[in-house]
Design a protein. Structure first.
Length: 249
């Protein structure tokens, strides 16, 4: 009905102008969609690069905090600490809180009780930017605890005991201290926030970024390791005193 009315009301010249206008605006719209399609990939690449940079910097801050802890205690933080009752108590990420600028939060924690004891619920629900990789969407566990995007090397950050730097006989520059997690994210207070880096690219394992993940070495450096890294090299980089030969990686 509307088309019939338009046909009756417009002269041939007006109809021609209308059709030209319609074609012109349609062409402009199509051109705009093409431009947007062409621009989106570079924009997304830029965002991904920014996320990578942030995550890399987070690991550097974690590395610095570990060394500040070592300067203070002459030991690396224990990977996990059990309570007097033998239950999971606290994590290495909790131990380094004062050295990433979170001492007020650290002071809120009752270390006589486990991290997930109701008395400690509030501090462990606090999100910590340094512990979050912006690529990861998961930030809170189903029970409300703030998650970590990073895992410690359990061969270096051992349970209930700190390792001395002198015990890392393979050399700190050849030993992984921590790495980005790609799945199975745990609360930063959870003592189980550990991994064996030699297994991080095992079949079926996810990586936060295409092709690999960032890892923190004991000398404070952060490198992006490819998921195609030789498993023998990964094993050598995982052990603190394995005596393996580390080839180029």
């Amino acid at each position: 009905m509307a088309d019939q009315y338009l046909h009756q009301q417009n002269t041939p010249g007006e109809q021609s102008s209308f059709l030209y206008y319609t074609a012109l605006t349609g062409g402009i719209l199509l051109l705009g969609l093409i431009i947007v399609s062409a621009v989106l990939p570079p924009v997304e690449q830029s965002r991904d690069a920014a996320r990578r940079s942030t995550s890399k910097n987070n690991l550097k801050q974690i590395g610095l905090a570990i060394h500040l802890y070592d300067d203070r205690h002459d030991l690396l933080p224990a990977g996990s600490i059990e309570t007097a009752a033998g239950q999971p108590g606290h994590s290495w990420l909790t131990a380094i809180l004062p050295y990433i600028g979170e001492e007020p939060l650290y002071r809120q924690i009752d270390f006589n009780k486990a991290w997930n004891d109701p008395a400690n619920q509030r501090p462990f629900q606090q999100s910590i930017n340094v512990y979050h990789n912006p690529k990861i969407q998961e930030t809170v566990s189903p029970d409300g605890y703030a998650l970590s995007s990073y895992q410690g090397n359990q061969l270096v950050l051992q349970p209930n005991q700190g390792t001395r730097i002198s015990e890392i006989r393979d050399g700190v520059s050849n030993t992984i201290f921590a790495a980005e997690a790609g799945e199975d994210f745990k609360a930063w207070g959870d003592p189980a926030n550990l991994t064996v880096p030699s297994q991080m690219f095992a079949p079926g394992k996810n990586t936060p970024y295409v092709g690999g993940k960032h890892v923190l070495f004991g000398d404070g450096s952060v490198r992006f390791l490819s998921e195609l890294t030789d498993p023998a090299v990964l094993k050598a980089l995982s052990t603190p005193a394995g005596g393996e030969e580390v080839r180029d990686f």
